[in-house]
Design a protein around this ligand. Structure first.
Ligand SMILES: [Zn+2]
Length: 319
């Protein structure tokens, strides 16, 4: 156990006591938390980034590990920005064992991309072999500490967070960010997610973390502020689910455009009309014409707001 005086320690002190390194990644990739020394069980990484960033993820881990092999890969949930590097890491370290949250068990053995939602979001992915499961209520040894596995449905029905009770550190995945609220995906396909997300925030509040290592953005310590911002946003979405669908559409279209770098405007609009989670945005019973108009308006709004630029019929991210 660590002798670090926890109350006064900085995030860097806490990470040192945990034997952890946080790699804060840019767009498309989720952060990675690496435990280079994990005793007998070997080095472990939590989340593996986006598929097209596989080489970058590999370089980061190889640099930090030196001669040590990566022995374990864990995913907080199976979204393409959190598990996209799994296949590349397993190719590089074929003896590494991959664990995903238990809720995905029926969908990864045998592999079912439809049920995993990759098709619904039309996100790129590379299938990977799963060797074990993270069961809520159990613990997993990472570095010198045992981390508790907690279920946090909402953003994704099967997502988990990892909590280390000595330093009170939380690896939150997409269940809690410092500034924004992640999309509540089940709601986009007519399933329940808002209440689950509320309960996930309540759970995190009860765990009372001192330090959060989120799936996106820097580590943060003002957990109360992050919780209340998330709850305000969630309340607003629950009061006006259309706004949540608009927010999700914007985020997913932006994500797709970043992954593709540039696209003919027509092709981006067509993609919106063909992507299951977006097709429902203008309403469950919208006609093909409504969906087409919604796609055109979405792209028009992104251009008007300066998020996206168009040149000669081709759109790309601004800046
Ligand atoms: Zn996610």
């Amino acid at each position: 156990m660590s002798a670090v005086p926890i109350a006064s320690s900085t995030p860097a002190d806490t990470l040192r006591a945990l034997g952890a390194q946080l790699f804060v990644r840019g767009w498309l990739s989720a952060n990675n938390v690496l435990f280079p020394d994990s005793g007998e069980q070997g080095a472990a990484v939590v989340d593996s980034g986006y598929v097209s960033h596989g080489a970058q993820t590999l370089a980061l881990l190889e640099h930090a590990l030196g001669e040590r092999p990566l022995a374990r890969i864990l995913n907080t949930h199976l979204h393409s920005d959190h598990c996209g590097g799994n296949a590349a890491l397993l190719r590089r370290w074929p003896r590494a064992r991959l664990s995903v949250p238990l809720g995905y068990a029926p969908h990864v053995r045998p592999w079912n991309a439809q049920a995993l939602g990759f098709h619904a979001m039309d996100q790129r992915y590379e299938p990977f072999e799963v060797h074990g499961f993270l069961a809520p209520g159990n613990t997993v040894r990472l570095g010198p500490h045992d981390w508790e596995i907690h279920a946090t449905p909402g953003h994704d029905p099967d997502a988990v967070v990892l909590f280390e009770p000595v330093t009170r550190t939380l690896i939150s995945g997409d269940a809690l960010w410092e500034q924004r609220l992640a999309i509540i995906f089940p709601e986009l396909v007519g399933e329940s997610g808002f209440e689950e997300a509320q309960r996930a925030l309540d759970l995190i509040e009860r765990l009372a973390p001192r330090l959060v290592l989120p799936g996106h953005g820097e580590a943060f310590t003002d957990v109360a502020a992050a919780l209340s911002a998330s709850r305000r946003r969630l309340d607003a979405f629950m009061a006006a689910p259309d706004r949540h669908h608009q927010y999700a559409t914007r985020a997913l279209v932006t994500y797709h455009l970043m992954a593709q770098r540039a696209l003919p405007r027509e092709a981006l609009q067509h993609w919106i009309t063909q992507t299951p989670v977006l097709r429902r945005a203008p309403g469950e019973h919208a006609s093909a014409e409504d969906v087409k108009r919604f796609a055109e308006e979405t792209v028009q709004r992104l251009i008007a707001d300066g998020v996206v630029v168009e040149e000669g019929g081709v759109v790309r991210m601004a800046g």
